[in-house]
Design a binder for this molecule. Structure first.
Ligand SMILES: NC(=O)c1ccc[n+]([C@@H]2O[C@H](COP(=O)([O-])OP(=O)(O)OC[C@H]3O[C@@H](n4cnc5c(N)ncnc54)[C@H](O)[C@@H]3O)[C@@H](O)[C@H]2O)c1
Length: 385
């Protein structure tokens, strides 16, 4: 028997749209769930953004204060898709109200915030899923399986990259992402956090890091309230200071011994969502590019030298591929990743466990990023203990 679960979404921006659509699409793709989401309320201080969600997705109502949503007894699960600076207060309040939590990365401004949300989740005994959507790519699920099966042998070295240009234009306004108060560490929280999660998911925990980073666009036009980074300003608009990093390069040593590099840039002119990785082991290699999400390049076989690489098409059996398409080679998209994440969240609630990436995963990633920031400041290796 299927029962309804009332859901609320905090933040009606890009990720708010994806969470709302994922709840709405969940029953189209997953038919064996005992819970069916009902869109009860969306909260955003920009009333027009909430009203737009009501019109598009059929939420029963929009509110401008998230507290009203959290207090609603008909809501049992809440998505937090508002800026990083709100994650701690909203996430803790959601858990303390006994509601399940689907929260966007990075879960706060630093590991102090993430730890507070984790404590509240554990104390309340609610389920929590975190928006590390790149784990959900079917080809990434295949990569994880091949590594677990030992196809690559012992992992030796790996490169992870998250290079994009969303902040490359200096006329892009000083949105919440560019301030310490609302965005925290900048590209570390924007992008590197996804890379750290993929490193942990595929290679394992990092034991030590050394990093350097920079801010290449030091000032931006002051933003109108609620503006996203995609808003552009006139050349003569007053400007304010960008307070966090645009670029970071990290060298890390995994606990298991592999050496990992991770590069993240939000100002990489000419690169749009150039996210991917190459992982080498003693017997094989694999590589993935998010712009070709249905493909995984694998070289393994035992000849070591001159070993050819093969491109495998993601197929039913790879992660949640079969929820979306019946046969190999049909691409899945970003929205599909959020449907998978939503499925893991709701299935977890039904089964009394946290599905997908957990709050512990977010805390582990946040601790790595704190160490990366410390290394940039100190210009030295930092041990993760
Ligand atoms: N998983 C991913 O791949 C991914 C991608 C982008 C963003 N994110 C994360 O999602 C979150 C939101 O990012 P976005 O790109 O959607 O931002 P956005 O700027 O597009 O939207 C943020 C929305 O939150 C609203 N908001 C601001 N303060 C609020 C408050 N106190 N209560 C409720 N709503 C509030 C804003 O008005 C805006 O509508 C961030 O934490 C970001 O790190 C994750």
């Amino acid at each position: 028997m299927t029962t309804e679960i009332g859901v609320g979404v905090v933040g009606a921006g890009w990720m708010g749209h994806l969470h709302a659509r994922a709840y709405a699409r969940l029953p189209h793709h997953v038919t064996d769930l005992p819970l069916r989401p009902r869109l009860v309320a969306v909260a955003d201080p920009v009333a027009a953004a909430g009203a737009d969600h009501v019109t598009r997705y059929g939420f029963a109502r929009a509110v401008t204060d998230w507290r009203e949503l959290v207090a609603d007894p008909s809501i049992a699960a809440v998505s937090v898709a508002s800026p990083n600076s709100t994650h701690r207060e909203v996430g803790v309040a959601v858990a303390e109200a006994g509601k399940h939590l689907w929260i966007e990365k990075p879960v706060g401004l630093s590991s102090t915030d993430t730890a507070a949300v984790a404590r509240a989740v554990h104390a309340a005994g609610v389920q929590a899923t975190v928006g590390f959507n790149y784990r959900m790519v079917p080809a990434v699920a295949r990569a994880r399986r091949l590594i677990d099966d030992g196809l690559l042998g012992t992992l030796t070295h790996a490169r992870f990259r998250l290079l994009t240009d969303f902040a490359a234009d200096p006329s892009g306004v000083l949105s919440w992402r560019f301030t310490q108060e609302h965005g925290g560490s900048g590209v570390l929280n924007d992008l590197a956090v996804h890379g750290v999660d993929l490193v942990r998911h595929l290679v394992g925990d990092l034991g030590a890091v050394v990093a350097d980073g920079d801010r290449f666009v030091p000032r931006r036009p002051v933003a109108p309230a609620g503006a996203s980074q995609y808003v552009r300003a006139a050349a003569d608009a007053p400007t304010g200071e960008v307070e966090n990093l645009d670029f970071v390069s990290v060298l890390g040593r995994a606990v298991g011994g592999a050496i990992v590099t991770l590069e993240a840039s939000r100002v990489a002119v000419g690169d749009q969502n150039d996210y991917g990785f190459e992982i080498h082991g003693t017997r094989g290699y694999l590589s993935f590019d998010f712009r070709r999400p249905g493909e995984l390049v694998v070289a393994a076989g035992g000849s070591y030298v001159d070993q050819p690489a093969t491109t495998w098409a993601a197929a039913p059996g790879d992660g949640d591929f079969a929820l979306f398409q019946p046969g190999a080679g049909n691409p899945t998209g970003f929205d599909d990743l959020k449907v998978s994440e939503c499925a893991a969240f709701v299935r977890g609630i039904a089964e009394g466990r946290s599905g997908g990436a957990t709050i512990e995963d977010a805390l582990a990633a946040a601790r790595v990023l704190d160490a990366v920031a410390e290394s940039v400041d100190k210009r030295a290796w930092v041990d993760l203990g």
